[in-house]
Ligand binder design. Sequence first.
Ligand code: PHE
Length: 448
Amino acid sequence: MATEGREIDRGEWSSKVGFILAAAGSAIGLGNIWRFPYVTGQNGGAAFLILYLVCVLLIGVPVMIAELTIGRYSRKNPVGAFGAIKPGSWWKIVGYLGVLTGVCILSYYTVMAGYTIGYIVKTLIGNETSFSAFTSNGRLAIPLFLLFSVLTVLVVQGGIRNGIERWAKILMPLLLLLLVLLIIRSVTLEGAGRGLAFYFKPDFGKVTGKTVLAALGQAFFSLSLGMGAMITYGSYLSKRDNIVTSGCYVALFDTMIAVMAGLIIFPALFAMNMNPAEGPGLVFEVLPRIFPQLPAGNIIGAAFFLLLSIAALTSTISLLEVATAYLVDEKHWLRRRAVWIVAGLSFCLGLPSALSQGIVPALAELPLPGGGSFLGFMDWLFANVMLAVGAILISIFFGWVWKMKAAAEEIRTGNPRVGRLLLVLDIMLRFVCPILILVVLVYLFISV
Ligand code: PHE
């Protein structure tokens, strides 16, 4: 088989901007707009925001650069990447774990993403059904789940430039525009000031161990780290591009969007005298009660859920791409076949999650961590546990197995003046990241 030919077949981002938009598209999703505000609300606001920013900087950015470097050096999916750097070692298992985690996160993430599409129409027509009544309606939830799965497949099937990159280039700027419009609306509401104070004036008295851990978990999920999504996206990165600045831009955009989502939600919440610690239902339960009180509220509301669907789509694309790249690279499958089969598998796996939101009551009361529902359990197991396990293994692999000495050449390609930054990165990946992540994992298990 002509190796050269296969290299060209894999595809590459057409430009640095194309890569940044696609990778930011992966990072920016339900994690930023739905999960970040409710976790911030539950953990006391401003103090959590500061801790979150520290986690992104200390752990998120180094792991992001490690993943991108592994990907671009090997030009492979996560399984192939570990195999290429340490042939014949068990490190390949980290790649398999990533592929598995990607398919499993995709399965329930798409269920949630389906709700956001439903909410576009629901909000537009002013339907007032509660969130739980909506999710327990099987005739809505399942077709929406299927619709979102098919949308994801259609984009990923198009490949790197014509699929993922082209859509990210259209969708990401649109998302930014909608966010800015909603922020302006929200902060100009009467009573918005208290929301801004909650969000920006820290009260460190409220910080506990749990707050720190929530911040770190949110950082992995939001930056798409720990399952090889960034290894895969890095594998399509051109050798001319600067890995360090590209990675920093992605982390910066992701963080910016999360902070902006908070700027929409908290001022509006406080203006309505509502409880910021409402929990996972925050976006779906509280906002639809706020929109009707705004001028042209149903249009603003529909725009908000449209934005949430767009953000979710650019994330499901990357979740599907990891397993797809594995099958295309390692098993030499045609992209089209790989995409449909993986998505089909993930759809079947997602059905119990979709059914666990009120359609089949037994699936909502399981004796498992994550709140009791099957979806909650999947989120706990794969987003909390597996991403942290993946991230710790990736930083150990980079720092202690591949080692900075070998990796430095790849980082310098496209970035000849990286200099002393490599030393900082080395210390972070060898000591700071593994130790801090270990603390999270130990805590996760003792707190189950
Ligand atoms: N980062 C995405 C979000 O915030 C979710 C995601 C996690 C995507 C892991 C890919 C990999 O919604």
